[in-house]
Write a protein that binds this ligand. Structure first.
Ligand code: BTN
Length: 221
């Protein structure tokens, strides 16, 4: 695996998208000027946070692609546990501490036949960075929780170690929030309340009223 460091870049995910490589590549940036989140949102990436993307070649079969999401979410949770922070997963892969988001994960896969040919796992973790006013109420950072700064390279090294572990469905399920609880299911057209019955091994969410949703279809609140 090759590692590339940037003082500043638009987006580590975009960098890897355009890269032709025959080996896995880890791109790490101190700050991003065009950080991207899920659902076309932007991701504020001020200095002090950990922003990285990992390009993996042929990581798994297309039908198993939720394993990439599970592994990366658990990797972040385990990393935060290593610094005594009790993090949990909000389906499918937001990482929360005390109900506030500390980390976002953006996974971009390229499929070829039955395989995931390329997978880019982009992770933005709030460490020492100050949070923008508009997200202060819904976001947190390791600095806020621990009341001290952590070394971003140490956090990055722990995260990279964890990304290469093979965390699976049991690990993922153990750290999931809201199973058995009532949440608001937000579709493109509406929002309604339902109890989560379970998250299935393929990543779909099943409600107690028997509906099954994929992560692309809905979000929960
Ligand atoms: C989200 O919460 O919506 C996902 C945020 C993902 C942000 C990371 S930061 C590193 C990588 N580069 C990007 O442009 N996005 C991801």
């Amino acid at each position: 695996m090759k590692t590339i460091y940037f003082e500043e870049i638009s987006s580590t995910n975009d960098y890897l998208k355009n890269l032709d490589s025959e080996e896995d590549v880890l791109a790490i940036a101190k700050r991003q000027t065009g950080g991207r989140g899920t659902k076309g949102r932007s991701f504020i990436s001020a200095e002090g946070g950990v922003y990285l993307s990992l390009l993996r070649l042929n990581p798994c079969k297309a039908e198993d692609c939720f394993s990439i999401m599970m592994n990366s979410a658990v990797a972040v949770v385990k990393t935060l546990h290593a610094f005594d922070i009790k993090a949990k997963i909000k389906w499918p892969n937001d990482i929360l501490v005390d109900g506030k988001k500390i980390c976002g994960i953006l996974i971009e896969n390229v499929f070829s036949g039955e395989m995931v040919a390329r997978s880019i796992v982009g992770i933005g973790l709030n460490v020492n960075n100050d949070l923008a006013k508009e997200i202060e109420d819904i976001a947190t950072s390791t600095k806020i929780i621990l009341n001290k700064e952590l070394s971003p390279p140490t956090v990055t090294a722990t995260l990279c170690y964890n990304l290469y572990q093979d965390y699976g469905f049991e690990d993922y399920s153990r750290h999931l929030l809201f199973v058995g609880e009532e949440v608001t299911i937000i579709t493109q057209k509406s929002a309604y309340k339902a109890f989560i019955d379970q998250i299935l091994p393929n990543g779909n969410l099943k409600t107690k009223d028997g509906k099954v949703f994929s992560a692309g279809e809905i979000s929960i609140r």
